[in-house]
Design a protein around this ligand. Structure first.
Ligand code: 13P
Length: 247
């Protein structure tokens, strides 16, 4: 099973649902539809209405983040996994580099994963090295740390997806070389197998994925799908990624 996950970041108002309606109608008729899943993560403000709209449809709705406590608390502006699930979210991203940059620590991320899973949200756990870590050849070490400090064997592996998003590639148009990405993805899966003591969860790539470079990524059989930022805000661009992947 492959995954095409769109992360809208700070984008969208109620009428932006038109974008998802178009993607959903392509997805429901696509001859390859049983080979993949489409998940969209709009901002918090839209999760409830979008989840209602797509309740019995092909697209699933997820959240871009969640707070590291389970249900209710006195943390201003925080939204818990329980609250997200109660309005129909099925997935949540955890550990996106934007949120790590705002101060999310490994301890916080571990609680986010734990409480999200406990509330039946599937977790898309994001990892990735920055430009200077890459330059100093620290990539594999950084990724190993990000994985082993947060994920534990006792977490239900089948509800976890890992998304590898090199920070230097997010929104820049820069992508890793085929060889680099293949090596990194194989390494990530090796670390995950070690953590879970069995098969690795799915591993996605994210960072400037578009309709033309997706053909390159397709060559790497270890990549189980994509986490798509910019191109997920246009139905045409998002659909082109899926079409070109299966072409
Ligand atoms: P872009 O596809 O815009 O590079 O964003 C990737 C990303 O951060 C998705 O979470």
């Amino acid at each position: 099973m492959k995954f095409f996950i769109g992360n809208w970041k700070m984008f969208g108002v109620p009428k932006s649902i038109n974008i998802l309606n178009k993607i959903n109608s392509f997805y429901s008729k696509d001859k390859n539809r049983n080979k993949y899943r489409v998940i969209m993560t709009p901002p918090y403000t839209l999760i409830e209405s979008y989840a209602k709209n797509f309740k019995n449809k092909k697209i699933s709705i997820g959240s871009q983040n969640c707070y590291q406590k389970e249900q209710f608390s006195s943390d201003t502006a925080a939204v818990s996994p329980y609250m997200l699930r109660s309005v129909g979210a099925k997935y949540t991203l955890v550990g996106h580099s934007d949120n790590r940059g705002e101060g999310d620590t490994n301890a916080m991320l571990k609680d986010k994963v734990k409480y999200a899973l406990k509330n039946n949200l599937k977790v898309v756990f994001c990892i990735g090295e920055n430009k200077s870590e890459k330059k100093n050849k620290k990539t594999l070490n950084v990724l190993k740390n990000q994985l082993t400090k947060v994920l534990e064997k006792k977490f239900n592996k089948s509800n976890i997806i890992v998304a590898y998003e090199p920070i230097w590639s997010i929104g820049t148009g820069k992508i890793p070389t085929l060889l680099e990405l293949e090596k990194t993805t194989i390494y990530i899966k090796k670390v995950l197998k070690n953590i879970f003591k069995k098969n690795s969860p799915a591993v996605l790539y994210g960072g400037s994925v578009d309709g033309s470079n997706v053909k390159i990524f397709k060559e790497i059989k270890e990549i189980d799908g994509f986490l798509i930022g910019g191109a997920s805000k246009s139905s045409k661009k998002f659909i082109d990624i899926i079409k070109n992947y299966y072409r």
